[in-house]
Design a protein around this ligand. Structure first.
Ligand SMILES: *Cc1c(COP(=O)(O)O)cnc(C)c1O
Length: 664
């Protein structure tokens, strides 16, 4: 935990860090809740399936951290949020646990160590962090500091990422793998890295790049470390399957690969060829696909190794997935293998091929981003409001004196039972259409239209209840249930904080971080703050299926917090500014192993003026413009000048405030 402590000392404010005590919190004693309520909600949200390594639920029904370093006294996430609030910040926040980055790196390195020992593999393993997964400085710093003991390297896919890698990697043994399309400037940077003693590998994707790098290297008198990216016929599995196979946008075809080798040999540059690379896509759900790809690449390595004396590295890319839904299956949100099984598969497959071809094994590199960075971050936000189409019990107790159509709907509502519910449901659908026609023709009042709608949803609600009691719930009622589900308005933007949920329907574990000693009494989906109908989350993890509604608690006047877990990979950099919701506060938390957690650093999220700046508005200009508008208004509307000043102060304060709701 050396690296985590390094961050721990670096408080931004210079104030001593406060400790968030674990078990010994002073609070008004609550009646102990029945143990089984906690057990039931823990099971409902699958905490022990997807989160057993990191989280658990305590007897007060709060989600607690249980990873290494918190041992002894688990710390509740809710207490961390309270501490954040005491520092004057409000949710949404991202809680980041650098120790979880360390933990994942260690798990990966240990798995390879053990595989190498088990199979008698004669070369070493080096983990590589693909920085595109999370380029945040604190994340990269932590990964590099902790990974130093394993000579962890960085994979970059652009010039910008390379500038980070060149400056931030201190260990001369740490490889820097340069992927992505390259121009002369990119190549020059990479070659400069080699000049200052770094192990920079330039991974070529095309013959065009080969010509460019050879020309430039000759001019600069540097012999580079070259790598070649393979286009394998083996494919990944899951969402990113198309990143691999013959039609993938990356890598050399066999013909071009041979041309490349030919050119390198002709020019007496073959000794520069050091590495083969492939990447079959992220979140590979089936370990069999990984092994197949590794075998294919190992075979190419073995064939080439015979004539390429310095070809020493095989980089198998990323793909090691996270078990987001905890099902341990090859469903899109899961993986059917453990980290150890992955390591065994990689090491054994390479060894088998190399033994068979009688060549020396390569040094193994893997580029695992999702697995390393995913778990370290948790988005926490509060639920603002809940909305439904039905408003509880229907207001009327009899329908006398009401128009015929309303009377009929009322009869359906009061007469529905376990035998007739389907028929009554179909009837009410017809009645509703009729009701709207009558309204449009001017025969119904607005009050009657309101009553009709209430009765319609009332029938739907009752029909669904009966349908659920049936042995097989008729499919049409699944749709009805979806329509009836509540909408929980939440204080966040999907587009800023969980973009993959919107862009590629990725599932993340989501659950309340407290009140887990109460059985949830609501079901619904999450709507964010944006004015976009896509700004919602309506798919949730489930062991056997995907849930369209999440079990939640009714609001009780106290803030209600939900956590979205495993958001440390890809979400930060892909997020955008829809409706000008900006970055959220980043809160770094370290556990001291003695039962306390410390907030070691807070990077405040965007103020309104900060997001506006991204789009070209300078605060001073806006203030000047607004001042002019106020003066015009004062002159036109005869406002008192004090009022004008007050308005200016409020405008100024608004520019300096958080872009999210502050309701807590
Ligand atoms: C994105 C990427 C990775 C990371 O993949 P994960 O599945 O997140 O581990 C590794 N290598 C390359 C070349 C990539 O493009």
């Amino acid at each position: 935990m050396r690296a985590a402590r390094a961050i721990a000392r670096e408080t931004k404010t210079g104030r001593p860090v406060a400790a968030i005590a674990g078990g010994k919190r002073v609070r008004t004693p609550r009646p102990a809740s029945p143990r089984n309520a906690v057990e039931e909600t823990t099971e409902l949200y699958g905490v022990r399936n997807w989160g057993s390594e990191f989280f658990d639920v305590n007897r007060d029904g709060e989600l607690v951290l249980t990873f290494e370093g918190t041992r002894g006294t688990p710390v509740a996430l809710k207490d961390i949020i309270t501490e954040v609030q005491q520092r004057g910040l409000t949710t949404p926040v991202v809680l980041r646990f650098p120790q979880l980055l360390d933990y994942q790196i260690k798990k990966l390195a240990m798995a390879f160590k053990s595989a190498i020992e088990e199979y008698g593999y004669r070369r070493e393993y080096t983990p590589i962090f693909p920085i595109k997964v999370n380029q945040k400085k604190e994340v990269a710093q932590e990964v590099l500091a902790f990974g130093d003991r394993y000579n962890l390297g960085i994979e970059v896919g652009s010039k910008a990422e390379l500038t980070v890698a060149l400056a931030m990697t201190k260990n001369p043994e740490s490889p820097i793998i340069c992927n992505g399309a390259k121009d002369e400037a990119y190549l020059r940077l990479a070659l400069l890295g080699k000049l200052i003693g770094k192990k920079v590998f330039i991974v070529l994707e095309s013959l065009f790049e080969l010509r460019m790098v050879m020309e430039l290297s000759k001019k600069m008198k540097i012999r580079p470390f070259l790598g070649l990216r393979l286009k394998l016929s083996a494919r990944g599995s899951g969402k990113w399957e198309k990143s691999s196979g013959d039609l993938s946008k990356f890598g050399f075809t066999t013909t071009d690969l041979l041309k490349c080798i030919h050119t390198l040999t002709e020019e007496r540059w073959i000794d520069c060829l050091r590495l083969l690379h492939f990447h079959i896509g992220s979140q590979v759900t089936d370990v069999k696909r990984i092994k197949e790809a590794v075998k294919e690449a190992a075979r190419v390595y073995a064939k080439l190794r015979k004539t390429c004396p310095n070809l020493d590295y095989l980089d198998v890319g990323g793909g090691l997935g996270l078990d987001y839904d905890g099902s341990r299956t090859n469903s899109e949100s899961s993986v059917n293998y453990s980290v150890q099984e992955y390591a065994n598969g990689v090491v054994y497959s390479i060894k088998e091929v190399c033994d068979n071809e009688d060549v020396q094994e390569p040094i193994v590199l893997t580029e695992n981003g999702r697995m390393v960075a995913g778990p370290h971050a948790i988005l926490v936000f509060n639920v603002v409001n809940e909305l439904t189409l039905t408003n509880g019990p229907i207001r009327v107790t009899n329908s006398e004196g009401k128009p015929q159509i309303i009377q009929e709907m009322y009869d359906l509502y009061s007469g529905i039972n376990g035998k007739n519910y389907r028929e009554y449901y179909h009837d009410v659908l017809e009645r509703r259409d009729e009701m709207f026609s009558l309204f449009n023709l001017g025969y119904l009042s607005l009050e009657d239209r309101g009553l009709g709608q209430e009765l319609f949803w009332g029938v739907c609600e009752r029909a669904t209840k009966f349908a659920k009691l049936a042995k097989h719930m008729p499919e049409e009622f699944e749709d009805v249930e979806r329509m009836l589900s509540r909408k929980f308005i939440c204080n966040f933007s999907v587009f800023q904080s969980v973009p993959d949920s919107w862009a590629i329907d990725q599932l993340f574990p989501i659950m309340p971080i407290h009140r887990l000693n109460e059985a949830p009494d609501r079901k619904g989906y999450l709507a964010d703050l944006t004015c976009d109908s896509d700004g919602k989350i309506d798919n949730f993890i489930d062991l056997r299926d995907v849930k369209e509604a999440l079990e939640l608690h009714s609001l009780n006047g106290e803030p209600y917090y939900l956590g979205v877990f495993f958001t440390g990979a890809y979400q930060d950099v892909m997020g955008d500014y829809h409706n000008l919701f900006g970055h959220v506060h980043d809160v770094f938390v370290v556990a001291d192993g003695k039962g306390s957690c410390h907030i070691t650093k807070i990077t405040p999220g965007h103020k309104i003026e900060g997001v506006l700046k991204v789009f070209g508005y300078e605060k001073e200009d806006l203030m000047a413009e607004f001042r002019a508008r106020v003066f015009e208004g004062v002159a036109r509307e005869n406002l008192k000048p004090e009022w004008g000043n007050q308005l200016l102060r409020e405008y100024d304060a608004a520019l300096g405030s958080y872009t999210y709701l502050t309701l807590e």
